[in-house]
Write a protein that binds this ligand. Sequence first.
Ligand SMILES: Nc1nc2c(ncn2[C@@H]2O[C@@H]3COP(=O)(O)O[C@H]4[C@@H](O)[C@H](n5cnc6c(=O)[nH]c(N)nc65)O[C@@H]4COP(=O)(O)O[C@H]3[C@H]2O)c(=O)[nH]1
Length: 640
Amino acid sequence: MTLIIILGKYLWLAGILASIVMSEVVTAAMGLLLKGEVTFDYLATGMVAAFLVSGIVVAGTMKMEELERRRQEEVAKNRALRASERRYRTLIEVANDAILVTDAETGTLVDCNRQAEVLLGMSRNEIIGQHLSNLHETGKDLEEAETDCISRLLRGKTGTIELSLIRADGTSIPVEVSSSAFEMDGRRYVHGAFRDITQRREAEDRIKHLAHHDPLTNLPNRVFLHGRLEQAVEFARREQKQVAVMFIDLDNFKRINDTLGHRIGDALLEQVAGRLTENVHGSQVVGRLGGDEFLVVITGNHVSTTATAMAKRILESICRPYTVEDYQLHSGASIGIAVYPADGNSAETLMKHADAAMYHAKSKGRNTFEFFSQAINRGVRERLEIENGLRDALKHGAFRLHYQPQVDLATGSIRSVEALLRWRHPVLGVITPDRFIPIAEETKLILPLGLWVLDRACHQLRTWRNDGIAGIRMAINVSVKQLQDEAFFEALGSIVERHGLSGSDIELEITESAIMENLSRVQAILKSLRDYGITLSIDDFGTGYSSLGRLKLLPIQSLKIDRSFVRDIETDQGNAKICDGIIALGHSLGLKIIAEGVETAAQKVRLQDAGCDAIQGFLIAKPLPADEAAKLISRVNAIT
Ligand SMILES: Nc1nc2c(ncn2[C@@H]2O[C@@H]3COP(=O)(O)O[C@H]4[C@@H](O)[C@H](n5cnc6c(=O)[nH]c(N)nc65)O[C@@H]4COP(=O)(O)O[C@H]3[C@H]2O)c(=O)[nH]1
């Protein structure tokens, strides 16, 4: 080789020399021929030989030159290759990402950088030669998705994918891979840049957790529960299984929250969440829908049996006393259960039906559970019809007011009338306020409806005044929801004044149970109403177990004895004693006492003897349309 190189370098000289020698030889030979010293044949042979020699020398020279040129090209190519390799190595070594180069045909790793060693916790020697798929985490669901990722990678599909790698210590690490394919020496390779996305994943997981969990109890929230229920229904549909949805609502929570404050209420909810979690196992899920409402999802074969046993356990565990700070608290729960497929085939329907069953359980007496039934369903449908009907009735002015007089027992005159709502539903017929007022309260329709009542009742009183019927006050029922509405007081003032009336023309009746359950929230508004001159009475008194101490806190002027106590007052000693007690208690607090539901003269006499101040009931009159009420007032008050 060296010889070829030397020859390659110098044979061109030999070629030149050969040409010079050849021309010399030709010149000398021609001279010899002319001089006749050699024959032509001899000369020709010599010349041919000389030509051949010099031809060989020239061809050799040219070949050597060609070899030398190629050699130099080879050297330059190798040098460029080495430089490019150096550049490539520098580049992959300074890269922030872990680089793994894989043989696309075999899936074997053929190169890696230092970052890859750090990422995987393995040395270069341990990495190279491994199959790429050995480095990714396996797991049932993951495997399928990631096998696809790996094959995409090996097919040289460019772009970014995410997968989990498994490190030497067995821990898994989420990575984002940007890959590109290239060819070298006729083989295809895939260059993958692997970026550790642990932090991003953690942040994403944190956000996902927050979005799907209730921050107070850390239980799954409504969004999560709804999704999980949808999945459970889908799974049950495919696999011919059942799903039970258990709607749990705490009894007593609102009162605890209102009287002891949110901090105590929150601590109670946390403890309740803990007890619920203790009762839920395996694939069963428990979560908080909001407030004091929780939901459990059970999937399986005999879910009704499982749900019954679980409901009993939950009721038993929720009932146990709670210690929160210095308080010993007691709560209970009402549970409604709906089952797929019998009670509905979507998450929404099942939740709605479990909710309806829960309400039914609550109405049957607390701390009990109830399965959804068609009877409940009818109730739900009717309730929905009433709710929609209320909206229409409000829009189309389908409500009426009737007026029932209250008679002052001392004078026998009518001093006030109570405005009572009347509504005829287009399909369901006459619906009593006891049925539609709670729905109006739940749907907040009571706010516009209550204002309508105020407006009509004030309008009526003004009309009577204009017609010469004086000295009458208008008693109007208000719901606690109305009192809690910030705009209520202002609206009331402007309605009263618009009709040329004053606060003292109005009496507001608020039911005892509602006022006692919301005492702290409504106290200030009651005071403002009182300051405005409005008379406040507690309706249905005797049913809400008010203590004397709490009554004293209220700026009220009268109590209305509930008609259930008046009903058998002549014969029932118990009821008679209750009426006597209420009258004595009320008078001791300086309150006026009105008895409701007086139907007989005997009841009237008994109440009068007990010192009752006024009565209201069918004995005087049923609630009457305005014109009939006006006639009655005029007649009674003309006599007295
Ligand atoms: N058995 C019998 N019943 C008698 C007698 N005298 C009166 N009643 C009935 O007793 C209820 C008295 O009204 P309430 O205790 O305020 O009880 C009312 C009141 O709490 C509520 N309500 C009625 N109108 C309104 C309203 O405009 N707003 C609000 N928030 N509630 C209303 O609905 C409840 C029921 O009202 P109504 O069905 O009109 O029933 C009325 C009345 O018709 C009687 O001698 N015997």
